[in-house]
Write a protein that binds this ligand. Sequence first.
Ligand code: NAD
Ligand code: AKB
Length: 314
Amino acid sequence: MEKKNILVTGATGQLGSVLTKMLQRKHGLNNVIASDLKKQEHFEGLFEFIDVTDFDALQESVLKNEITEIYHLAAILSANGEKNPLNTWDVNMKSLFNVLEVSRIHGINKVFYPSSIAVFGDNVKRVATPQSSNLTPSTVYGISKASGENWVNYYYTKYGLDVRSIRYPGIIGYQSMPSGGTTDYAVDIYHKAVKQEPFECFLEASTELPMIFMDDAIRATIELMNAPSEAISVRTSYNVSGMSFTPKQVFHSIQKLYPDFEIKYKPDFRQDIANSWPKSIDDSFAKKDWRWKPEYDLDRMTTIMIKKLRAHYN
Ligand code: NAD
Ligand code: AKB
């Protein structure tokens, strides 16, 4: 196997903390540099504090560590992003430009850039939203991801930079907590069930959104990054689907194991964001190009979430 030195930005986050461990397992503890503004308490491996909006700090790490691949996960997500829109735009775009430029200048082999279902807004088919849909996002986060998709396509077309991207649905895992997103309720609800506390949901009972179990999200990322370059026909970002459900459906799935579990619905500003997103995603390009296939449905995910969180809290 060719030797890789991998830099992960945003490595302390919900996805980054799990993806970093998987990359360490695949490529060795000494070949993965985790970076973020903050560090996990018991992090094992190589870690650097890097603010990705600081080009010099990023470049110094890339050169010092002879980086060959970058997974650029650092971002401000949908709900938090609306609290300070201009700062969200600045952070999300500046960090992406720094990663693209450092990669172009220093000949990085591959870059991973996560996009989101947040790129979709009005004027799309809300069920099985097609790959090539109008992108009129309702949040600054979504605008930054839609622009980012076009920029990564530009760097591929203009400079041959091998950037690959997935429009993740809401990611649900037991390993880490989400922060600042509109799909966060779907992780929190499992923690409350296992702690035997009632759950207050910030979305209405019938709000259907695309979601994906963490293991599927990680596998999709690795499979896309390992796919032969000629198989990749989408250089903006791939639609990827896991499952779709409403708060009521996940509540019922949990109730099979916790019959006394209680839920109250108290929608807040995140309801408007969720209303602007697709209910489900058509991922036929990912299926065709790199044979994407999700393995987890709602009940299978619930069983694992509950089992792992019970072990965690007991
Ligand atoms: P997260 O908010 O949990 O983690 C993001 C990390 O980025 C945080 O640890 C934060 O400290 C770090 N960060 C923010 N600004 C930074 C900066 N200037 N320099 C360095 N680090 C900085 O997010 P996540 O859920 O792990 O998401 C990771 C990526 O995946 C994001 O780009 C997000 O848009 C994308 N994504 C996530 C989901 C999901 O459901 N988790 C869905 C779609 C897309
Ligand atoms: C969010 O809710 O902002 C993220 C996402 C779907 O991009 N989880």
